[in-house]
Design a protein around this ligand. Structure first.
Ligand code: IVH
Length: 768
């Protein structure tokens, strides 16, 4: 931060002085006094920020400012419940070079599931009806509205005043862009008649006309033009200097909300109308539809209107209209069940494929990439596209059938490229009439191009994989990049490029995750310090080490995801963390289950061998027999069977993922790398989603017929209250909820002394 000058204007000194007059002891503070003091500090620091950032007229010096911020943080630490929504700890006010302040969203900002054709919309309606147990003929209304191609923003109003604006970020934490949002004409800074707390969510975008004019200005000033209106909007909102944002013609549509102290309406459409009445711009193509036919008709209408709208949209969003039903439907881990985005078809373009290169991913998969002559597809310049795997290049699908009429893809070919939303561009087709005479079929490598180890294609796998494991530098570097990625450790200042540089650094090598956490101490022991290198300085080196330290305490789910184990994505990592609670419990369970995992693999292999031998008659029985025999041949201790059953019984974890976990934990090199990493970390258990719920942390089993809700709804509801839902009764079950027609589970529960209640008892227990 540039310096707050000492001896600033008279009025300012008054504020600073008043601030330092209140130094009474924090420990002796009453909650009432602490709340007052936090309020006062928020006000003083906001004035200091405004003076510094907006008026260019600082009102206190750096030291005073820092002392006030520290005092504010100390009071917040002593009284965490009193931390204000507009807490200075979460505000801009950090040095511009350090970027924006962080904001933790009180209600997560989620993304939407995607639909690509009419059939998906019919499925969407069906799945909602089935979840809610609604018959086909029962009325069920939706809203349909354009999906704006911009970036989402959350605006928090308290007492009608705009107090904070935050970008989506990773959905949990975004960037504080309050000062910038205040410059957008569509965003009211004051509301009349709004609920006390109101978080309005919507999309910041730029119109085509404004985008063209901005690019013209950029270019005539010698600047680089933006690739498309979305990038221009994002670049303009994320300016550290709000005065630049003010000059950019940004617009905002409101379409959703986060925290509310009072409901806005009973329906989605009603809520949008209320937001419109409060002064927000809402999209006039928003309409209520009585079912899939009307939704699809509205989609077609919006698709036809699209070229004349004057701003980019990339699909239509459907939402269940009844907010009561939305609440019942709730959320999956990252998307609501009650909404879906119906995307417009991908845009296409033809270009020349100059070269096919092979990249080695973190799990060793060899992925072919097409290097293309740059071409604009849907407003974005594309020069690389994925070619998936060797079969795709050869014109075959996974089962040996033809794709693209069996046409293969060669270097020198003219290929059709498409982009669907944010997805990596793909090659769809090839124009044989333009194939050069000297083009030869692509010879897919049988050894890893990075480490020379054999690249093997396992039975039933689409990809060829490098067998080098962690000795393969590409795999190790990719694993590291994954480890620091946004959904994993997300270390500020340590992105993919820096990790790659550290990987090959002779003085300060980072070859595996544990090395990241010894960087500071290794640097201290080195004669040549990081701070003295090109591109580094005292501050940036210190910032990096501090950012690393910040991540020593890490949510268990991020740690599990960060390990980059094949098939274990973000959602599965969250499921595992929720189920096992601690690293030790999970590792113990995976280790204990190992013999059962191997038996499972043996059984799969035996069944596969039998499948190949067996004729169609009597096949099922023979397959089952082969599986059974294979399992019987492996001696599996009971504890292993139980641990395996629990692992694959964990919500979201299937046998393929469980086997992959088991393999990773049993692999000596990978395990040793984990064992070196863990001592540096404190994995944080998943936040119980509702501590006050009597079922939080309990394992619940549902059996028999439920009459007031579907099984899916019961399960999702229980999980949202922090319970684990299991399919089988065991000694670990805390509660069995049995409806009419329940069978053997009731007896097993009785034998094990597990409490059994009926559906009404359950509803009473969860307070419904
Ligand atoms: S509703 C809980 N409505 O699309 C879901 N989103 O792909 C709230 N978006 O992150 C989102 N137009 O940035 C909704 N009319 C619209 C939208 C819209 C654009 C964006 C939004 C979201 C992304 C998901």
């Amino acid at each position: 931060m540039a310096s707050y000058q000492s001896g600033a204007s008279g009025g300012g000194q008054g504020v600073a002085k008043a601030a330092s007059d209140h130094q009474d002891d924090i420990e002796a503070m009453s909650p009432k006094r602490a709340a007052e003091e936090l309020g006062r500090l928020a006000e003083v620091l906001a004035q200091a920020n405004a003076g510094y950032y907006q008026a260019d007229a600082p009102i206190m010096d750096d030291a005073e400012y820092d002392a006030l911020k520290r005092r504010n943080a100390a009071i917040e630490a002593a009284f965490p419940d009193l931390k204000r929504a507009d807490s200075p700890s979460d505000q801009v006010g950090a040095a511009p070079s350090e970027g924006f302040g962080k904001v933790r969203h009180t209600v997560r900002m989620l993304s939407l599931g995607n639909a690509f054709d009419d059939g998906d919309i019919i499925e969407f309606d069906k799945s909602i009806r089935s979840y809610l147990g609604l018959p086909r003929a029962a009325p069920l209304a939706y809203t349909a509205e354009p999906k704006i191609d911009g970036l989402s923003l959350s605006l928090r109003y308290e007492g009608g005043q705009l107090i904070q604006a935050a970008t989506r970020g990773n959905g949990e934490t975004g960037e504080n862009v309050t000062a910038n949002a205040r410059t957008i004409a569509d965003i009211p800074t004051e509301l009349i008649g709004a609920p006390e707390v109101l978080e309005v969510r919507g999309e910041v975008y730029m119109s085509h006309a404004d985008f063209a004019a901005l690019n013209e200005r950029q270019e005539s000033a010698g600047g680089k033009p933006f690739a498309n209106p979305r990038n221009a909007a994002a670049g303009s909102l994320r300016q550290l200097d709000a005065e630049i944002t003010r000059k950019r013609p940004l617009k905002f549509f409101a379409y959703a909300w986060g925290e509310l102290s009072q409901p806005l309406a009973d329906t989605q459409l009603g809520a949008i109308e209320r937001l419109r009445d409060l002064g927000f711009s809402t999209n006039e193509l928003t309409q209520r539809c009585d079912g899939p036919d009307a939704m699809i008709a509205h989609y077609r209408m919006i698709e036809e209107t699209r070229p004349h709208l004057g701003y980019d949209i990339d699909g239509v969003v459907y939402k269940v209209d009844d907010l009561g039903l939305q609440a019942r439907l709730g959320f999956r881990s990252t998307t609501p069940r009650w909404a879906i985005a119906h995307k417009f078809p991908a845009e296409l373009a033809w270009t020349e494929l100059e070269k096919i290169e092979i990249q080695v991913g973190r799990t060793g998969a060899l992925s072919p990439v097409a290097r293309l002559k740059p071409v604009t597809v849907g407003g974005v310049v594309v020069s690389n596209a994925t070619l998936h795997n060797e079969d795709y290049i050869a014109g075959r699908d996974a089962k040996g059938g033809e794709i693209r009429g069996g046409k293969d893809i060669r270097e020198g070919d003219f290929v059709q490229v498409y982009r669907a939303g944010d997805v990596i561009p793909k090659v769809a087709d090839v124009d044989l009439s333009k194939r050069p005479g000297n083009a030869v079929p692509f010879d897919f490598p049988q050894v890893c191009p990075e480490c020379g180890s054999p690249a093997i294609r396992e039975e039933g796998e689409a990809e060829r994989g490098c067998t080098g494991g962690l000795i393969c530098p590409a795999q190790a570097a990719e694993k590291l990049k994954h480890f620091v990625s946004r959904a994993a450790f997300d270390i500020e200042g340590l992105g993919a490029k820096k990790v790659e540089a550290f990987y090959g650094d002779p003085q300060l090598p980072v070859k595996e995750p544990a090395d990241i956490f010894t960087l500071r101490e290794r640097d201290a022991a080195n004669l040549a310090k990081l701070a003295n290198r090109d591109g580094w300085g005292q501050t940036s080196a210190k910032n990096l080490f501090d950012a690393i330290d910040e991540k020593r305490k890490i949510p268990l789910s991020r740690l599990i995801f960060g390990l980059g184990i094949r098939h274990v994505g973000e959602v599965a990592a969250q499921d595992l963390a929720r189920h096992y609670g601690t690293w030790e419990a999970m590792a113990r369970a995976i280790d204990t289950a190992r013999p059962a995992a191997l038996a499972h693999r043996a059984a799969d292999e035996a069944a596969e061998a039998e499948r190949r031998r067996a004729d169609s008659e009597g096949r099922r029985a023979r397959l089952a027999e082969a599986r059974g025999k294979a399992v019987a041949d492996c001696e599996v201790p009971e504890a292993a069977s139980e641990a395996w059953a629990e692992l694959i019984g964990t919500d979201g974890i299937g046998p393929v993922m469980a086997l992959s976990l088991s393999d990773a934990f049993a692999n000596p090199e990978e395990r040793a790398a984990m064992d070196r990493l863990l001592p540096h970390l404190t994995p944080l258990p998943p936040e119980a989603r509702a501590d006050d719920s009597p079922v939080a942390g309990k394992t619940v089993v549902f059996t028999g017929t439920l009459e007031k809700m579907t099984r899916a709804e019961a399960k999702a509801r229980a999980e949202s209250l922090g319970a684990k839902v299991s399919g089988a009764v065991s000694a670990k079950t805390d509660l069995l909820v049995a409806g009419p027609g329940a069978g053997s589970k009731v007896k097993k529960a009785a034998d094990l002394g597990v409490k059994t209640i009926n559906e009404d008892g359950w509803l009473e227990l969860i307070g419904q």
